[in-house]
Design a protein around this ligand. Sequence first.
Ligand code: ATP
Ligand code: MG
Length: 417
Amino acid sequence: MNIELPRGVQDILPEDIPYWHLVENTARKLFESYNYEEIRTPIFEYTELFRKGTGETTDIVMKEMYTFTDKKGRSLTLRPEGTPGVIRAFLTNKIYNQKPVCKVYYIGPMFRYERPQAGRYRQFHQLGIEVLGRKDPYIDFEVIKLAVDLLKNLKLENLEVEINSLGCIKCRPNYREALINYFRKYEDQFSPIDKERLERNPLRLLDSKDEKLIALKDQAPQPIDYLCDECKIHFEKLQKYLSLDNIKYKLSPKLVRGLDYYTKTVFEITTTTLGSQNAVVGGGRYDNLVETYGGPSIPGLGFALGIERLIILLKQQNHISLPYIPLIFITLSEDYVEAGIKLAKILRTKYRVDMGSPQENLRTQLKWADRLGSDIVIFLTEEIVKNKLKIKNFKTGEEKYTDLNLNTILEDIETML
Ligand code: ATP
Ligand code: MG
């Protein structure tokens, strides 16, 4: 029997949950204030969806997918990223008929068969946004701003926003040709996979983690030098809006990102403190993806943020205050179970309340209270007959007898904390 944790996945234990809630709540609040609504799509989809969307020549599709066949022989894949599922839902539910613009966010697990290391797992979580139906550069700015503001609201520092433009279906072919001509000179040094990429999708070569290719990248042509007028203006406007809002960014002419569907704007937010897993957010525009899936011609864009990497950063930078609600432990004896239930009901409106077991003696219950890290212990014992209740601050040792009156009890707890 193998009950070990599978390689590359991890438990998120209760002690870490406050970080998850903080990230999720901060994101929901921010996104909703910009009129984004939540969407939840399935964990698995037909494999085709990712092959076509994410792209045949990407690392994700070539190496990283968890693909399986179901009992009817259909090929399914655990989603490696969020965008294809959101677009599929947009098409399946004909959301484009209901709204001129669809602005959504998602939070959930993604799956990639990668070599596990710090900040890289086989099940990890992303939160992301997608906008469908806007082609103007203002919205590129809004999407980048949302990622920046989310990190800012979480008080994160040492982050860098990198942007680039990849051009559109009109100007990209020229760039592609220039890139092929450049890399062809070195083709004999390439692995078979990279040779194939050179033919099918030379942009992928710029995103390679292979040392030879990284060295060649420096001299390679840059997409920004091949942009058509429309793409140029789009990119300039985006930069203007970022500057207007004092968002610092760096032009990264070689940034292409690991997915096939990007057009025009791509961006990444990286940190200097995560070692080689330094990307926290990645995103960009995908003006042809909806059409690729057989849908109407509707432009789109979005980003995805890795929650695990973000939480590693939050812990490193450790000036975040997590919400804390004091724990009140009520010791209980058989005679006062009813009084205990009533008292706990009131206290729970404000505090976390845990109860002892009426079958255990007082000493055992106090040991539990101690090990649970209780802030206050309330003794629901014989003294109740005298209409008195003992309250003890378990951290300082301070004790007090209080009248058996709910208002008085609440007041006394408040002053003792
Ligand atoms: P990397 O270059 O680190 O492999 P990526 O380009 O594959 O990242 P994206 O597909 O852009 O990543 O996903 C967006 C974000 O999701 C990343 O910036 C990162 O924070 C997170 N992420 C991606 N893959 C993993 C993983 N295997 N484990 C944990 N987080 C991940
Ligand atoms: Mg990757």
